[in-house]
Design a protein around this ligand. Structure first.
Ligand SMILES: [Zn+2]
Length: 521
């Protein structure tokens, strides 16, 4: 993601405090769909505490509920520990993801009528759930769950806080197929990290922004970057709106006929693209790749921007060649640029087709900001998408490297210099409030993760030398494509490639609040 400038951050903070107030009201207002089955697991309040019903709190309400020992605390008087039992324990977002769950694929089938102000659908989840575990916990925030099937049978489910807990049969295979029918409404919500994350509706359509935890606000998901899956999207709209999602378009929709997109490469939830509205899909010249093949290009733009695409696509082709030489072959099956009416200054590296604010490119087609944004989101296809962070604390593996890549490009085309960018960022980085390697949630998308972290990438290059540095970047992608990795793995590979102990370097740069005054000589 490329965050908006400082003025925008301030506007978002103001908007966020407004949202928080609305949020609690909405939580109470949303009820079960009419006619939806009543969950048979013991009832809890949304905050996870036991409700004061007349049922004895120590017994499931129906004999068919899973035994209490296999469902996390829902049948005891203690509220379930959402963080440790239903979440992965991510340092910043402990409730996200779930232990014992590895999603293999998602099938997202939605019926979206913008005029109705809501959407409904079914998400199919194929997941491996450790044997012996009697529930599948998915992240689901403010979703109105109508019914859940596991295999061919209706399943019991319960919403505990922001978790959808689905009962699993005692006798089962490790691989589980669940199907969740639900409804939801667009939500102008901001994550704790201060950026919009959820489903957004504008006058020209709707789009999702998912980093870091927005996917769970519009679909049930194992919403953590460590769990990659393949994806299929089947989206039905009432009129002639265009639908863009990740991957390959396998069926072009029309009124009442769904648009179908398929992403066969492993993808984390935060990288999902879903844009619906008055846009055109534009094929463009495939970009030659260093590996001898070509990269198919499929773009999305509002009609008034379509004629302006060629210079941006040409810039992208030059950037691909430049980055491939340094990072290795483009790591995904395809690419494209998606221009969406969203928020000025905001851009997102949605996998295989980066998303930009159309307004940013209406003002000026290829100025400093536009070249920066195009380079930043393209570089994420290597750093973040092909290789994703294992936890949100590893955010620098995304943002510091994408920012460094953008510096390299601005230097390459002569609109700035690497020396100036690196020098300025290092002086600004002094007296930081926290280290880049150990971020805090409010500052996940702050200076220390972006330019303040690119400083560390530059220092690493100067420390291990030109050849080892670019060997390291190519190895990092080549060895890990399709997976999620932690900083410890990066450090280990850096030491292996450089052939030196780098503990002191990372202590002084990555894990320090105050950085050295000067770059290594
Ligand atoms: Zn970014």
């Amino acid at each position: 993601m490329r965050r908006p400038g400082r003025w925008m951050i301030m506007a978002l903070v103001v908007a966020q405090s407004g949202c928080a107030a609305d949020h609690s009201v909405e939580t109470e207002a949303i009820g079960r769909l009419p006619g939806a089955p009543v969950p048979t697991l013991p009832q809890t309040d949304p905050d996870g505490t036991e409700s004061s019903g007349t049922e004895p709190p120590t017994e499931p309400t129906e004999p068919t509920a899973p035994p209490s020992t296999t469902v996390p605390n829902v049948s005891t008087t203690d509220p379930p520990d959402v963080d440790s039992e239903l979440g992965l324990g991510d340092e910043m977002f402990p409730e996200l993801g779930a232990p014992a769950v590895d999603v293999v694929s998602y099938d997202v089938r939605l019926d979206v009528d913008a005029d109705a102000g809501a959407f409904e659908g079914v998400v199919g989840v194929v997941a491996d759930v450790e044997l012996g575990v009697r529930f599948l916990a998915l992240d689901a925030q403010q979703l109105d769950i109508a019914s859940v099937d596991v295999g061919a049978d209706a399943a019991e489910f319960e919403l505990i806080g922001d978790e959808l807990v689905i009962g699993l049969p005692e006798e089962r295979d490790e691989r589980v197929t669940a199907s969740i029918a639900y409804a939801a409404a667009p939500n102008d919500v901001y994550s704790e990290a201060g950026l919009p994350a959820g489903w957004f509706q504008t006058s020209s359509g709707s789009y999702v922004l998912n980093e870091p935890d927005g996917a769970r606000r519009w679909m049930p998901a194992n919403d953590h970057p460590s769990d990659k899956a393949t994806w299929r999207f089947e989206i039905t709209v009432p009129g002639d709106e265009t639908v863009s999602a990740n991957g390959e378009l396998t069926q072009r929709g029309s009124a009442g006929t769904p648009w179908i997109w398929e992403m066969d490469e492993p993808m984390s939830t935060y990288l999902v693209q879903l844009v619906i509205g008055d846009y055109e899909l534009v094929d463009s010249e495939p970009i030659p790749s260093i590996d001898g093949g070509t990269i198919p290009m499929l773009n999305l733009a509002p009609t008034d921007l379509v004629d302006d695409l060629p210079p941006m696509l040409e810039e992208t082709a030059r950037q691909v060649a430049f980055f491939e030489e340094r990072f290795g072959p483009y790591p995904l099956a395809g690419y494209g640029l998606a221009f969406v009416d969203s928020t000025p200054g905001l851009a997102m590296e949605t996998q295989g087709r980066s998303m930009f604010d159309a307004g940013d490119f209406r003002r000026e087609q290829l100025g400093y900001l536009q070249r920066l944004l195009l380079a930043h989101e393209l570089a994420h296809q290597w750093f973040g998408n092909a290789v994703s962070p294992a936890t949100w604390s590893d955010i620098w593996l995304n943002e510091s490297f994408a920012t460094y890549s953008q510096w390299l490009w601005l230097d390459e085309v002569g609109v700035d210099t690497l020396d100036r960018l690196a020098g300025d960022a290092l002086s600004q980085r002094q007296n930081g409030v926290h280290s880049t390697g150990d971020p805090v949630v409010e500052n996940l998308f702050g200076f220390e993760s972006y330019d303040g972290g690119a400083v560390i990438v530059h220092a690493l290059r100067l420390t291990i030398g030109e050849d080892a540095f670019f060997d390291l970047l190519r190895r990092w992608i080549f060895d890990n494509v399709g997976t999620s990795q932690a900083t410890a793995e990066f450090i280990e590979l850096a030491e292996e490639v450089a052939g030196v102990d780098l503990q002191t370097f990372f202590d002084e740069w990555l894990y320090a609040t105050d950085l050295p005054d000067d770059y290594p000589a």
